[in-house]
Every structure is written in structure tokens, then in C-alpha cells.
Design a protein around this ligand. Structure first.
Ligand code: 9MR
Length: 374
């Protein structure tokens, strides 16, 4: 690109920022305490610069980025001998060129991993040695490629059942319980400078939290590097209770490992206890009953959402979490439109579908200001 073209493109991006935010709101990252990383997950459209308005908001307000999907195994390593690094290279370069802390997500997960990874010879179950060899070549290739440039990795994601026992994943079946330790050791060998995290959801539940603390204590007892325990924080507008979040952050902090909030959003739609496991017909019924704000979020719920964000941010700051990452920039991109019920209109983030700040934005800004003053 010529210099003048680059200038025009830069100006267009700046214009998109002003248009999208609709006001001269302060950049969130300018308000926060220095020790807190404040980030957002980018879609590939955003890191590729196609969604300029959302990218503009991300670059203005955050100092850390996570990749929503493009570093998952199925994207980056779809076939045994084929890696697709293009989107990830552009994502890492974008973050580095803007001085952002770039996170890698995710090395070991039972989802979004192609079937070949777990397939043995001739239809046999995969053996331990083969599984370890595949794990090593993947981690060497991916972590090694971004050595010194990706600042921290979600090494293992969602290894726990709700009761705190280890989940029966294909990795565990093939390798054994030490697959977690092996993954951390391999990641550290591939980039000794990178921070390494254990990441999971529902760590506000005491049994699951105990499981995460146990995993990390065992890793550390083996001399392995662990820099953070990530609570994803896909939460609701009313639950989990603040007291449970408070206790969890206190417990993680007391364990000596930094707590991170890695995938924050607030589902505002009514919940139905059956919604996660329901069949398609039932899901349709639940959709009809719960898709209650298709035209936008009413003022009273905007205010409730703002209060909820203020409350959880007060706890994040109280417990000195190392990072808070939102799972998406605006409501236009949220995965919650399709989960657990497909085709609804959710409103979980700080900007609405048109990129306008919601009251929750001002609430987070104020919480950060107060946190920085303490
Ligand atoms: O937001 C992601 C969505 O676009 C993908 O379809 C989905 C596939 O499983 O993964 C979502 O991100 C997940 C993250 O990688 C791990 N924690 C839960 C997130 C929400 O499902």
C-alpha cells in the first residue's frame, strides 16, 4: 500500500471509531489501574480489518486481544500435515503492531479439534505415544511460530466436570491424567517467555473451583509454569451470585496464582433450566418464550445490566485480577445469539448492535476510575 493510501485507510478507521462510539467517551484502557490488562476477543473479520467499526472500538479501548476462534486446532491445523497460519499471523501482527498484549487461545481442548487428532491406526483407539507425539508437534509448531510474540496461552481449556473431577476427554482417554502436565511442559519448552494459563467456566461453583486449584497446585508441585487461572465468566445478568464470585476470586488469589477473567459477557435473556440439553423441538419452544428483546434492550434492563457490570468490576478490582477480557466487541457479534438456543437476539456486551455505547459502558468506565483511585 502506498503511503497516501495508508493514510486514507487510517483516516477511514479513525472516522469509523468516532461514528461507532457516537461520542467522545474516554478510552477504557486510559481509566484502568496499571496492573490490569483490559482486553477483548476479536473475530477473524475484525483482526483482518474487514469489520472496521468494531476493530476501531477494540483498538481504542483495550490493551489486550484474544482470538475468538482462529487459533483453535481445527482452524490452524486442520489436517495432519497442513497448518493454516494466515489468519493467525495477521491477528498476531495486528496486536503486536499496536502494542497490545496478545493472547493465544487454545492449545488443548476437547472441542473444535478435528477427528483425525484422536484417530488411531486402522480405526483403533489412539495410543498414548501417538497422542503425545501429535500434541508435541502441534504445540511446537503453533507456540514456536509465535514465540516471543504471543504473550500468554490458554494451554488447557475446560478439563473439569462440574463436580471438580477431571472430564473424560479424548485427550485424557488417550494419554492419561498427565495430559495436562504434558501440555504445560510442552508449551513452556516451545516458548519459555510466554505466560501459561488454565482456563475453564463455572469456577464460581465451589467444587469446580477446588478442581481448578488442585490441577494448578499439582502442576506447580511438578515445577511447571502456571501464570493464571482463567474463569471464562460467561455469566447471566442475575447469576452467579456476587458472593460466589467474590469467594472464588479470593480463593484463587489466596492460592498464589493470578485470577484472570478471560471471556466475559452477560446473558440478559431469561434462563430455562432445560435450555442446555433440550432437543430441537424443545429448543424452539424455549426460543419463543425467552427471545424477549428482539428489537433492543429496554431501558430498565439496560440499567440492570449496567449495575451488574459495575458490581462484577468492583470485585475484579477488589481482588486484583490480572486481566479482564470481553468475549466480543459489540452485541452484533456475540456467540450468545446462537447458544444455547439458536437464533435469538442477545445483548451481553458494552456496545449495542450499531456500535453505540450502552449504559453498561459508562458503568465499567466508572468502576475502572474508582479502581484506579484506590
Ligand atoms: O465464541 C466462540 C464461537 O464463535 C464458537 O462457535 C464456539 C465453538 O465452540 O466457541 C466460542 O468460544 C468459546 C471459547 O473458545 C471457549 N469457551 C467458551 C466460548 C463460548 O462457547
Amino acid at each position: 500500500m502506498s503511503r497516501s493510501l495508508a493514510l486514507v485507510a487510517g483516516a477511514a478507521l479513525a472516522a469509523a471509531v468516532v461514528h461507532a462510539s457516537g461520542s467522545e467517551a474516554p478510552a477504557l484502557k486510559s481509566l484502568k489501574p496499571a496492573g490490569l490488562r483490559l482486553g477483548v476477543a476479536l473475530s477473524q473479520k475484525q483482526s483482518d480489518g474487514e469489520d472496521k467499526a468494531a476493530l476501531g472500538l477494540a483498538l481504542r479501548h483495550f490493551d489486550q486481544v484474544s482470538p475468538e476462534n482462529l487459533l483453535k486446532w481445527e482452524r490452524v491445523h486442520p489436517e495432519p500435515e497442513r497448518y493454516e497460519f494466515g489468519p493467525a499471523d495477521r491477528y498476531v501482527e495486528l496486536g503486536r503492531s499496536r502494542g497490545l498484549f496478545v493472547v493465544g487461545h487454545v492449545l488443548v481442548w476437547h472441542q473444535q479439534t478435528p477427528a483425525w487428532v484422536f484417530a488411531g491406526e486402522g480405526g483403533q483407539p489412539i495410543d498414548r505415544a501417538t497422542a503425545l507425539a501429535r500434541l508435541k508437534s502441534h504445540i511446537d509448531a503453533v507456540v514456536g511460530r509465535y514465540r516471543g510474540r504471543i504473550g500468554g496461552w490458554d494451554v488447557v481449556n475446560e478439563a473439569l466436570e462440574e463436580d471438580g473431577t477431571l472430564r473424560k476427554t479424548p485427550w485424557r482417554t488417550a494419554i492419561g491424567d498427565d495430559y495436562i502436565a504434558r501440555a504445560f511442559a510442552l508449551a513452556h519448552a516451545a516458548d519459555p517467555t510466554a505466560e501459561l494459563y488454565y482456563n475453564d467456566y463455572n469456577l464460581w461453583k465451589p467444587a469446580k473451583r477446588a478442581g481448578a486449584l488442585r490441577i494448578v497446585a499439582q502442576l506447580k508441585a511438578q515445577g511447571l509454569r502456571v501464570d493464571g487461572i482463567g474463569e471464562q465468566a460467561h455469566w447471566g445478568i442475575d447469576d452467579p451470585p456476587l458472593a460466589a464470585i467474590d469467594e472464588t476470586l479470593a480463593a484463587i488469589r489466596a492460592s498464589g496464582t493470578r485470577a484472570l477473567i478471560t471471556e466475559l459477557d452477560m446473558d440478559v435473556l431469561p434462563r430455562d433450566p432445560d435450555m442446555w440439553g433440550a432437543d430441537l423441538a424443545k429448543k424452539q419452544k424455549i426460543k419463543a418464550a425467552t427471545n424477549v428483546y428482539p428489537q433492543g434492550l429496554p431501558d430498565d434492563v439496560q440499567q440492570r445490566l449496567a449495575r451488574r457490570y459495575a458490581d462484577v468490576f468492583a470485585l475484579f478490582l477488589k481482588h486484583d485480577v490480572g486481566r479482564v477480557t470481553f468475549w466480543g466487541v459489540t452485541d452484533a457479534d456475540t456467540w450468545l445469539d446462537d447458544f444455547p438456543i439458536p437464533g435469538r437476539v442477545n445483548h451481553p456486551l458494552l456496545w449495542d448492535r450499531d456500535g453505540r455505547e450502552k449504559p453498561a459502558f459508562a458503568a465499567v468506565a466508572e468502576a475502572l476510575r474508582q479502581g484506579a483511585r484506590r
